[in-house]
Design a protein around this ligand. Structure first.
Ligand SMILES: [Zn+2]
Length: 260
C-alpha cells in the first residue's frame, strides 16, 4: 500500500513535469498553454497520446520524432524525471499530508521558473532569461493559499512575500542607481515574492544568500572553464535550488540562523 501511494505521487510528478515542459516552452512565447495539443517542432506532426507518456515515451521513441526522426531534446524526459523524483521525496519526507502538497507546489513552481529561465536564456530569440509573469502570478496565488491553509494565518505568506520582494528589489534598485545598469531581472524579484509566500519570512535570508553563493561559484567556474568574461547567468535556477533545499530542511536552517 505504501509503495502504491509512493508510485501514485511519482506518477503525478511525472505528469506535472510533462505539463511543465509545455509551460516553459509556451508561456515565454505568449502561446496558448492548452491548445493546440503538442506537435513535433520540426514536421508539425501531432504527438499521439501513446507517444506522450511521461519519461517512458522518449526512450521507446529512441529520442526521435516518430514521423520525421528529428531528435527530441533529452531535457523533456529529464524534466519529467526530476519533477517525479522530487515529488517522491516530498512524499517520503512529509507523508500524504497537506504539508506534502505544499512541498510539491514549491517543487513545481520553482522547477518551472528555473527551466523557463534557462531555456529562454539559451534561446537566441530572447535577449535574456525570462520567468513569465503568469507563472509567477499562479505560483504566488497557489503558494499563498496553501501556506494560509497549512499555517492557519494569512500573515505567514503575506509578510513572507513582502520580505522576499523587498529583499531583492532594494539591492537591485541600489545597483541600478550606482552602476547605472540593470543587475537583476524583474522576474527574479517576483519569484522571490513567490518564495516568501510559500516558505515565509525566515526562508528569505537563507534563499538570498544561498542563491547568490551558488550563482557566484557557478559563474566563476563557468568563466574559468570557458575563458569568457561577462557571462550573464539567469538567476532563477539558483533561487529555485536554494528554495527547494530550504523547504526540505527548514527546521535545521531556522535553528542554525535564528536560535540563540
Ligand atoms: Zn517530426
Amino acid at each position: 500500500m505504501e509503495s502504491l501511494k509512493a508510485f501514485y505521487i511519482f506518477f503525478i510528478g511525472a505528469c506535472l513535469g510533462s505539463f511543465m515542459n509545455v509551460l516553459t516552452y509556451r508561456l515565454p512565447r505568449g502561446l496558448n498553454i492548452a491548445l493546440p495539443s503538442s506537435s513535433c517542432t520540426k514536421c508539425g506532426q501531432k504527438i499521439k497520446i501513446y507517444d506522450n507518456i511521461p519519461i517512458i515515451s522518449w526512450f521507446i521513441l529512441g529520442g526521435k520524432c516518430r514521423n520525421c526522426k528529428t531528435p527530441i531534446s533529452l531535457m523533456y524526459p529529464l524534466t519529467e524525471l526530476a519533477t517525479a523524483l522530487l515529488f517522491l521525496a516530498c512524499y517520503l519526507k512529509f507523508g500524504l499530508t497537506l504539508e506534502m502538497w505544499h512541498a510539491c507546489a514549491v517543487v513545481f513552481f520553482m522547477l518551472a521558473a528555473a527551466f523557463a529561465d534557462v531555456f529562454t536564456a539559451v534561446d537566441e530569440n530572447f535577449d535574456c532569461g525570462i520567468i513569465p509573469d503568469s507563472l509567477n502570478m499562479v505560483g504566488f496565488i497557489t503558494g499563498f493559499g496553501l501556506s494560509w491553509a497549512l499555517y492557519g494565518t494569512y500573515t505567514f505568506p503575506l509578510y513572507g512575500a513582502l520580505t522576499g520582494f523587498l529583499g531583492l528589489f532594494i539591492p537591485s534598485w541600489l545597483f541600478k542607481i550606482i552602476r547605472k545598469k540593470e543587475g537583476m531581472g524583474g522576474g527574479d524579484i517576483k519569484l522571490m515574492a513567490v518564495v516568501g509566500a510559500m516558505l515565509g519570512v525566515k526562508s528569505i535570508f537563507f534563499v538570498i544568500f544561498a542563491s547568490a553563493f551558488l550563482g557566484a561559484v557557478f559563474g566563476i567556474t563557468l568563466q574559468l572553464v570557458s575563458k569568457q568574461k561577462n557571462i550573464m547567468l539567469p538567476f532563477g535556477p539558483f533561487i529555485a535550488v536554494a528554495s527547494v533545499i530550504y523547504m526540505f530542511y527548514a527546521p535545521v536552517f531556522d535553528a542554525l540562523l535564528y536560535s540563540r
